[in-house]
Write a protein that binds this ligand. Structure first.
Ligand SMILES: [Zn+2]
Length: 278
């Protein structure tokens, strides 16, 4: 069996987002087919028959995963490595169940819908989003793509610079084309008219094409403006996803995604403390 090293993720000046996944193939030759890619044998009638060797599917799977451009820091995020710690908020267990069910039902019963993971920083939203992406890419053969919202907007803005030879369309093409897109940290960019238009273009295109979009956001899925609140309440409240991407896109998301609310402690902080203090 041909073995593969895990794909790396290096900063690359040539790729569109400043980062790209590289597939490093270990050149060990498959011991079953000796690198031919086919297994041949003689049937009872004395005729040679053949079938593709199992190493071929493994190779295709690795290529699909590399093409999904999952950053190295998330490559071990799978549904199996998502641990529910003792005393965790029950929403975490429910979120994992929803994620697993989504994978089982994809694509027929999910009908083009995606997932919208909401919750505060560090509760594991990206872990679950990547976990779903990995399963769909590996097991369902889906063409997937991981995309950092802020990085994408930055790259698009950068493409307006005449010295940069990449165009906005070239950057958005893979985002539109991905069968399963993870859009990480939606709303992270300070909103303005241009941000709203760009988000609308991305979400509307994917919605119209019935492509699956999996989104994570630190903002609550509430409308903009804190309607119904008194002025002091409004001033003191946290911004919502409606504030960040506009209410029209918020209601678009309600149509295109299954809502998954998450809550709990910031696991990244806990991990940092553990690393610091042992
Ligand atoms: Zn083989």
């Amino acid at each position: 069996m041909r073995s593969f090293s895990t794909f790396g993720h290096e900063v690359c000046t040539g790729c569109l987002r400043g980062q790209c996944a590289t597939l490093e193939l270990d050149m060990t030759v498959c011991s079953i087919c000796e690198g031919v890619g086919l297994v041949r044998w003689m049937d009872a009638a004395g005729n040679w028959v053949s079938r593709p060797c199992e190493c071929q599917e493994a190779e295709r799977e690795q290529k699909r995963i590399a093409a999904a451009q999952i950053p190295a820091r998330y490559k071990d995020c799978t549904l199996d490595t998502f641990h529910i710690y003792h005393g965790a908020d029950r929403l975490l267990g429910a979120a994992l169940t929803t994620a697993r069910r989504f994978v089982d039902e994809y694509p027929v019963d999910t009908g083009g819908k995606g997932l919208l993971f909401t919750g505060s920083m560090g509760v594991g939203k990206t872990h679950l989003a990547v976990g779903v992406l990995q399963r769909l890419v590996r097991e369902r053969g889906a063409k997937g793509l991981f995309c950092d919202y802020r990085e994408l907007l930055k790259s698009i803005q950068n493409s307006y610079n005449p010295e940069v030879r990449t165009t906005e369309l070239e950057l958005l093409k893979p985002v539109f084309a991905a069968e399963v897109l993870v859009l990480d940290d939606l709303g992270a960019q300070k909103p303005n008219e241009w941000v709203w238009d760009t988000v609308a273009l991305i979400l509307n295109t994917r919605y119209n094409d019935r492509q699956t979009t999996i989104i994570t956001t630190n903002y609550s899925d509430l409308p903009a403006g804190g309607g119904g609140l008194s002025d002091p309440e409004r001033a003191a409240r946290e911004p919502t996803l409606g504030d960040r991407i506009g209410d029209r896109m918020l209601s678009r998301l309600a149509e295109m995604c299954i809502q998954v609310k998450m809550a709990g402690k910031d696991c990244r902080q806990t991990e940092i403390k553990r690393a610091r203090f042992g």
